[in-house]
Design a protein around this ligand. Structure first.
Ligand code: SF4
Length: 452
């Protein structure tokens, strides 16, 4: 079954699954409450958004220069920087590193880019055990599911679902509290940090002026993933670079506000290289893989380039009426919601062109985006560019007739109702269209004028 059909089927199923919608509604409402509360920390949130947009916009404009500056600075302290053109190259480089250091188990902190690479399955095939250390990722890994949301991977689960899942997998009490389950997971993962041969993390930002990887997280699992194992591998998209540390200081709070409504995320780390001789912890070897994987294609067409300014806060997903109905798994791509609909057809190919239709063009995503990316316009642009959805012959005929009242009046209401019913069938069987009246207003008016 092609990706479009899979999407339609999964969406229909999820949109009518009341339990799923209720869980999603509840979890998004919690986010909305925190977001609203957090807004009180800002006198002028629009100014903060303007800052993010300018900072990221300038970074994208100077991408190659900043990446080279980042590389030179971080490499000067002993980090190996590897440029990977695509998924295949990135995975092959990761494989080489793991083989070189004889790694059999890796601890991973939450990173969407590893989903983009389908890293866990790759590692399993190579005989390396991947352990997700972020609580949400740990939960979805237990269920063998992909993350549901770019920021909150287990957003589709209630606390009761999680308790049942843990009971099934570890024999914990079936109605255990979230606090106890968190403590249980922490203990379970702690031994993995100690025994893992490598830690794999993403990067929220790459800071060019000092050559550092910026990581922001709430659980401390990111720092643990790089502090214990001997090898630290960072996988980062090339668009993650920003120019200066002082910019980062202003971007971090805005990312926290839009991501979770926090004033600042709990742990914010700047990783500048492997452990120095006088340091107590940290990896002995550090690698940064700079991944292109079609980002340079996104760099080309002018309107779509704006999507590279995304800071992956997830706010557009929480605001999107489509996402709120069908959830994250229906998209069948790592990047979901409005930003996913913009970048997936480029990152994953024209098979995902149909995501341009998963949009009501309400513009809510554009309104909330802290990077001021005109998401709904970019989705519309994708729709126009998509070969599949260009005006079909049928639609051209329809436009020719519907734009001329005299031509429309040539057909009787029975015929028009049949045609609309057929059209609607492909658009969505669950929609109800008003019926055409037997007599159109223009015919009625003409008759009336005649009688007068
Ligand atoms: S597009 Fe904007 S709102 Fe959506 S994840 Fe990126 S920065 Fe956040």
């Amino acid at each position: 079954m092609n990706a479009h059909r899979q999407f339609i089927q999964a969406s229909k199923k999820k949109a009518f699954d009341i339990e799923h919608r209720n869980k999603l509604k509840y979890n998004i409402s919690q986010y909305e409450k925190s977001f609203k509360k957090g807004l009180s920390n800002y006198d002028n949130i629009e100014l903060a958004k303007e800052f993010i947009s300018t900072t990221k916009g300038r970074a994208v404009e100077n991408l190659s220069e900043l990446l080279i500056r980042f590389e030179n600075n971080i490499a000067s302290r002993g980090t190996h920087v590897i440029w990977a053109f695509d998924k295949k190259e990135a995975l092959s480089e990761i494989d080489k590193i793991l083989q070189k250091h004889q790694v059999k188990m890796v601890v991973k902190s939450k990173s969407m880019i590893s989903e983009e690479l389908d890293l866990n399955h790759f590692l399993e095939k190579k005989g390396v055990e991947p352990v997700e250390t972020d609580l949400g990722e740990f939960i979805v890994q237990l269920e063998d599911e992909p993350p549901y949301h770019i920021l909150t991977p287990a957003m589709h689960k209630s606390k009761e679902d999680v308790a049942k899942l843990f009971h099934h997998n570890f024999g914990t009490p079936p109605n255990e509290t979230p606090e106890k389950l968190t403590a249980f997971t922490r203990k379970k993962i702690r031994e993995k940090y100690v025994n893992a041969g490598a830690g794999i993390t993403g990067a929220n930002f790459l800071v060019a002026d000092i050559g550092a990887v910026a990581l922001t997280e709430n659980e401390g699992n990111g720092i643990m993933s790089l502090a214990f194992p001997k090898v630290h591998i960072v996988i980062a998209g090339i668009e993650k670079v920003i120019a200066t540390t002082s910019e980062l200081g202003k971007v971090w709070p805005v990312l926290a506000q839009y991501g979770t409504g926090q004033q600042l995320t709990v742990y914010n780390s700047l990783i500048t290289g492997p452990r120095c001789v006088d340091e107590m912890d940290g990896p002995e070897h550090m690698y940064v893989i700079l991944l292109d994987n079609k980002r340079s294609v996104l760099y080309q067409p002018e309107p779509q380039k704006k999507a590279l300014e995304c800071i992956r806060c997830g706010a557009c997903l929480n605001a999107c009426p489509i996402y709120k109905n069908i959830g994250g798994h229906a998209y069948k791509t790592p990047y979901t919601g409005p930003i996913g609909s913009v970048i997936s057809p480029i990152y994953r190919g024209t098979n995902f062109d149909h995501l341009a239709t998963a949009c009501t063009l309400c513009g809510r995503c554009t309104e909330v985006c802290p990077a001021k990316i005109p998401l709904h316009e970019l989705i519309l642009y994708n729709r126009q560019m998509s070969k599949k959805y260009k005006w079909h012959f049928f639609l051209k005929i329809f436009r020719l007739i519907a734009s001329d009242q005299n031509k429309l009046d040539m057909f009787n209401s029975w015929f028009k109702n049949i045609i609309f019913k057929l059209g609607i069938y492909s658009w969505g069987r669950h929609r109800i269209m008003p019926k055409f009246e037997k007599q159109t207003f223009s015919i009625y008016w003409k008759k009336r004028l005649k009688h007068n």
